[in-house]
Design a binder for this molecule. Structure first.
Ligand code: FAD
Length: 545
């Protein structure tokens, strides 16, 4: 009774809308636009001070996208596409943030967004068939539908090392970089981590710092970005038939319009393989090298090893000190099983006299002290420590809203105790009218996210509209459908090499996190077809009431 009273009290003061959208990044913005056009009232809630999501928070030096920007863009409005021109092949964070601000202005989205408002709790109220969303700022929100557009890479991972609080110098996190920037000139700087953010920022920091020490646990494969103007061949493909170009991306495996390769590595001679590899290396494009070499590279360890060896050879040539080069060569995972990085001067940076690589596999960090970092072998005096230690990916931001309480008082964290359970990566059994954009179980981080986000948003808003038009008020997946999707996820994951690496795709980067491959590995195009088939077969796997 207490709970019931509290719920009705809160509903009394709550902001009433059809839909609550948590997150005002790429996904949240498009959701708000589509929902408004479909005639729903909606509110956006974001902890950030403005729109942008990923591109609001990640302001570290060198931050850029690593999918070509002409592909990493909204495609829902041809007029928007021609109203905006990207200045580079890979745009910088400030330019992408400006773009998202431009989109927010163009469709007048900010008026529906409550910024600096963190969602702390969400509760399904059976009696009213509505969600009650609690925030840390302002009234709760009472809504029919609750959509989490909270991002796959938005919950930074806390440092695992003791003593951070004792350190007397400055501490920064790449994923929460100060808006006014940081002056690193003349300072002794440490970067902890060698993932995508580190690989982008290290060359820039090295140019400013008196000395830069990089602490590396696991080396990553990195490929040259060859940044510059958008490549003429891609631009002319896009401009000659924009609609066809976008459609090819939607049907592709990774959300970028490249053809499917059928030739396998052993059908090619050494020289032909090398020729393909050099062409891919020169293209400066992750999706190109991940999909265009030979068909067995992503599914067969032998086909993959050939690519690994060719990349290690590039690292050996780029880095002058053989010991440093060896430390930078990944040897514990197939290429592509962990997200590869795009680099500009990354390997060359280790040839600078003011840069030191510390291989934590040989000398682990013992502690962070008042004056710096000590490893098992040495102490480093530092002015600044930069944590580029990544994210609690895919489920971190969802689970941070706690509890999310569904039907019968069940909490999402209990339901997900053994790892995320979803239907299509979009919905969860027992949680009516609850949706996740690019949730675990969808292609998400294995794709150009712009394409995956648009597909999810379109699918969800179209469903809400047809639900409403047919007079239904709730939608929820069945237990059978969810179990079937989990089985299909597991089957698909046996077909690629992602399962052979301990990565943030599998939860391995977060101590104590349940292990298992979280993104759907079946590909963007096939996934889209499945979502469409669910609809054409009368909402297969969903209960509507
Ligand atoms: P986000 O942009 O992460 O937005 C989520 C928002 O939700 C955030 O603003 C957050 O504050 C808010 N939020 C979360 N929880 C709560 C809560 N409880 N209450 C209130 N607000 C909350 N993808 C690509 O496809 N190509 C790239 O090149 C690429 N580059 C990237 C580079 C970096 C440095 C990073 C970190 C990611 C990159 N990504 C890239 C992935 C990127 O996250 C997605 O492309 C996309 O920006 C995600 O948009 P989103 O709206 O789903 O989530």
């Amino acid at each position: 009774a207490m709970v019931a009273t509290r719920a009705s009290d809160e509903r009394g003061t709550a902001q009433q809308v059809d839909v609550a959208v948590v997150g005002a990044g790429f996904a949240g913005l498009y959701l708000l636009h589509r929902l408004r056009k479909a005639g729903f009232s909606a509110v956006g809630l974001d902890e950030a001070g403005d729109v942008g999501g990923t591109w609001y928070w990640n302001r570290y030096p060198g931050a850029r996208c690593d999918i070509q920007t002409i592909d990493y863009s909204y495609t829902f409005d041809p007029e928007l596409e021609t109203a905006w021109t990207w200045s580079e092949k890979y745009a910088t964070q400030p330019e992408i943030l400006r773009y998202l601000g431009f989109v927010a202005d163009r469709y007048d989205l900010r008026r529906d967004i409550r910024f600096k408002t963190k969602v702390t709790e969400a509760r399904w109220d059976e009696a009213s068939g509505r969600w009650l969303i609690t925030t840390d700022n302002g009234p709760p929100v009472c809504c029919r539908h609750y959509i989490m557009a909270t991002g796959c890479l938005s919950a930074p991972k806390p440092p695992e090392i003791d003593g951070v609080k004792d350190f007397k110098g400055e501490v920064y996190f790449t994923g929460r970089w100060p808006h006014d920037g940081v002056d690193l000139t003349g300072k002794r700087v440490a970067v902890i981590g060698t993932g995508s953010s580190a690989i982008q920022s290290i060359p820039v920091i090295a140019e400013q710092a008196a000395h830069l020490t990089v602490f590396q646990r696991t080396p990553n494969f990195a490929l040259p970005a060859h940044n510059g103007p958008a490549p003429a061949d891609r631009m002319s493909l896009l401009q000659s038939d924009r609609a066809a170009y976008r459609e090819q991306a939607r049907q592709s495996m990774a959300g970028v319009p490249y053809p499917q390769q059928t030739v396998v590595s052993w059908q090619l001679s050494d020289a032909e393989r090398r020729e393909r590899f050099e062409r891919a290396w020169a293209a400066g494009d992750l999706v190109h090298i991940l999909t265009q070499l030979w068909a067995d590279q992503a599914v067969d360890v032998d086909g993959n090893k050939i690519v690994q060896d060719l990349i290690r050879e590039k690292i050996r040539v780029a880095v002058k000190d053989p010991e440093t080069a060896a430390a930078l060569m990944p040897d514990d995972h197939p290429f592509g099983a962990k997200r590869p990085c795009l680099e500009t001067n990354y390997y060359a940076t280790y040839n600078r006299p003011n840069v030191t690589l510390v291989n934590l596999r040989k000398e682990p960090i013992k502690a962070i002290t008042a004056s710096g970092i000590s490893t098992s072998g040495r102490s480093f005096d530092l002015d600044v420590i930069v944590f580029a230690t990544g994210f609690d990916a895919m489920t971190g931001a969802i689970r941070a809203v706690h509890p999310i309480t569904g039907r019968g008082g069940k909490s999402l964290s209990d339901v997900w105790a053994q790892g995320p359970q979803t239907y299509l990566g979009l919905t969860v059994e027992g949680f009516p009218n609850f949706f996740m954009i690019t949730g675990p179980g969808s292609p998400s981080v294995l794709s150009n996210m712009a394409v995956s986000i648009e597909q999810h948003v379109d699918w969800v808003v179209d469903r809400l509209a047809s639900l409403r038009d047919a007079g239904f008020t709730t939608i929820e997946p069945t237990e059978t459908a969810q179990a079937g999707w989990n089985r299909h996820m597991a089957d698909c994951s046996m077909l690629t090499l992602h399962r052979l690496a301990n990565t943030w795709y599998t939860g391995a980067n977060v101590p104590g996190k349940v292990q298992g491959l979280m993104p759907y590995t079946g590909g963007v195009g096939p996934y889209r077809s499945i979502c469409d088939e669910v609809v054409s077969r009368g909402m297969l796997g969903f209960k509507l009431t």
